[in-house]
Design a protein around this ligand. Structure first.
Ligand code: DGY
Length: 323
């Protein structure tokens, strides 16, 4: 009998069709995520799940799915999956890196520019008909070109952002991460520094670390206080990397100039106080949201699931020790 794959949200038709040739596919077709109960029920006889970052795949979910062999996450981040527990049960956990790198880096840069140049505020002003003529002091922001960019986490997306900054915007690029990457430094002019130096010296700080116990609230009150008053903080990684309550204070008390956020601490909740502030550009977690990228991600998630179920090595596996 063909294996059963549960898909927790609608994917492009062509991908579902591809999956259906090799598996029995059950799709949760609702635009909203399945409730916890619905998901527990869906996975009961599944051999594979194509999950989203909004689906918590923890011990209870794995208990509910005794036949499960693969959790194929439709995301590069896997903080929604208990990878250690899946590994213990010899369940493969796969993800979709590379295919979303450039789209996410583009969005990080868009947020940096939007926040530094006050684009959203200015656009709303023009749209409501308030523009009465050129004024020397209208919506003054800060330059991005030629400034210092601090990249926290020099993984694939961090590197793509660093490349844009150094080569496209003439920026001095600093990066913070455990190990120096000399090969990358030869390719793109940049320097590794401690997080404290990066925060003190950067005009744009962009976060690109995965969410782990070590990175939760990596940016809190003392980090925000150490940043330049003219600086912009950009987050396209995971919301809990920033202590949101401290960020609100940092903006209210002007420790920093602005923030550009694609992710939030308690998604999908975005605190009212942030939504009201003109110095925060807020987006609904759309870092990888281009037609091209989402299609590539869906294909890769499907390939990952089918490969594991077919006894082949998947294109990207987080816990290869289970193979
Ligand atoms: C990811 O892949 O982890 C993003 O947050 C969604 O594309």
């Amino acid at each position: 009998m063909m294996p059963k794959i549960v898909v927790t949200r609608v994917l492009p038709d062509e991908v579902i069709l591809e999956l259906s040739e090799k598996a029995r596919v059950e799709v949760h077709a609702d635009p909203l995520p399945p409730s916890r109960e619905a998901l527990l029920d869906l996975v009961r006889d599944a051999d594979g799940i194509i999950s989203l970052l909004t689906d918590r795949i923890d011990r209870e979910m794995l208990d509910a799915a005794p036949k499960l062999r693969v959790v194929s996450n439709y995301a590069v981040g896997v903080d929604n999956v208990d990878v250690a527990e899946a590994t213990r049960r010899r369940i493969a956990v796969t993800n979709t890196p590379d295919v979303l790198t450039e789209s996410t880096a583009d969005l990080a840069f868009a947020l940096a520019l939007a926040a530094a140049r006050r684009l959203v505020e200015a656009e709303k002003f023009a749209r409501r008909g308030a523009f009465q003529g050129w004024h020397p002091l209208l919506f003054l922001g800060h330059d991005v070109f030629g400034k210092t960019l601090g990249v926290v986490g020099l993984g694939r997306i961090g590197k793509a952002v660093a490349r844009r900054g150094a080569l496209g915007f003439g920026m001095r690029v600093l990066y913070a991460q455990p190990r120096r990457d000399e090969a990358f430094e030869r390719d793109v002019p940049c320097a590794r520094v401690g997080l404290d130096v990066l925060l003190r010296e950067s005009d744009v700080v962009s976060l690109h670390v995965p969410l782990t116990p070590a990175t939760r609230h990596l940016i809190g009150e003392s980090e925000l206080r150490s940043m330049k008053k003219t600086s912009v903080l950009v987050n396209t990684s995971r919301g809990p990397v920033i202590d949101e309550a401290s960020l609100v204070r940092a903006l209210e008390e002007r420790w920093i100039f602005a923030a550009g956020l694609d992710v939030f601490e308690r998604e999908p909740e975005i605190p009212e106080v942030l939504r009201q502030r003109p110095d925060v550009v807020i987006l609904p977690h759309i870092g990888s949201a281009t037609i091209e990228t989402r299609t590539r991600m869906a294909r890769m998630a499907a390939e990952n699931a089918l490969a594991v179920l077919g006894g082949r090595r998947p294109p990207s596996i987080v816990n290869p020790e289970v193979l």
